[in-house]
Write a protein of this length. Structure first.
Length: 290
């Protein structure tokens, strides 16, 4: 099964595809291009907003707001008015860091990771943010904080630190937000690319975007087995999520970063937002309450 291009966004570093059910829109970003995109599922209209710095994460918030991560700052963004409300700086005393991937748990907490701009080894941290509280370090010594999802029963959190080639499982207490490392659920061979963003389906299986792997791979976190693959006509596949009224469509972000002229000629759709109907549904995401 092969994904097709939905929007020719030509992102340098496309990331964080997000389905917003109330708005009937999917959102995604170009991190280094400083652009937030939206595609309306019904009207097929594409919009974009330009920022002055990197933008790496989108999480659904209350009302007409999105919660987005700019370079080091978490802000609320009103898509109707363009108003930005700064909430907090993730790492105010650390230079050369930026926010990266994250997500929202069932209790409305924001989880967001940091990374060194040059991805220096183990310089980042995964934080959790409770409503009305400061960021709390949850996982230290992270290099590139990426895919983050919770099991269907919310007893486990799955997390990717990309250079490890691993998807790690943590026992998760939804009331306290405490996590305890359980095991390496999946170890991905380097020849299949590097794990980046991911999402979960209605059967509890993980859909993982593989940077350098030309596709999205469906993995079983209970057995570690590879179940299926969605081919994408772009080498650098960065993230994915389920979208649409029935959550039966997978949208996939990609990047042009670090591609050679020959690769760009061979894969001219790199950087676009792709779409595929995989024959299985996803689950509804959570709204962040900070």
């Amino acid at each position: 099964m092969t994904a097709t291009s939905l929007v020719s966004s030509q992102c340098m570093l496309g990331e964080s595809p997000t389905w917003h059910h109330r708005k009937q829109c999917c959102f995604w970003v170009d991190i280094t291009g400083h652009v937030l995109y939206s595609f309306h599922w019904i009207t097929k209209e594409t919009r974009q907003w330009k920022f002055d710095e990197d933008i790496s994460l989108i999480v659904e918030s209350t009302g007409d707001h999105l919660l987005i991560a700019l370079k080091t700052t978490i802000v609320k963004f009103d898509t109707e008015t363009g108003k930005i409300e700064s909430l907090f700086d993730l790492e105010p005393t650390i230079k050369n860091h930026r926010c990266n991937d994250g997500g929202c748990d069932v209790r409305g907490r924001l989880w967001v990771g940091s990374t060194h701009e040059d991805h220096d080894f183990e310089r980042g941290v995964l934080y959790a943010v409770e409503p009305g509280s400061s960021p709390i370090p949850k996982i230290k010594n992270v290099t590139i904080s990426n895919g983050l999802v919770w099991s269907l029963d919310n007893t486990r959190m799955y997390f990717i630190d990309s250079p490890t080639q691993e998807i790690r499982s943590y026992l998760f207490n939804q009331e306290s937000g405490e996590i305890i490392f359980e095991k390496v659920a999946i170890k991905i061979p380097i020849e299949m690319g590097t794990p980046d963003g991911m999402t979960i389906d209605e059967e509890g299986m993980l859909w993982v975007a593989h940077w350098g792997g030309y596709g999205v791979y469906r993995w079983n976190p209970n057995t570690g087995d590879l179940l299926s693959t969605i081919d994408v006509p772009a080498p650098h596949v960065t993230s994915c999520t389920f979208a649409g009224e029935g959550l039966d469509t997978l949208i996939i972000s990609t990047a042009k970063k670090n591609m050679t002229p020959q690769q760009l000629k061979e894969y001219p759709q790199s950087g676009n937002l792709f779409v595929v109907s995989p024959g299985i549904k996803g689950v509804m995401g959570h709204t962040c309450s900070i």
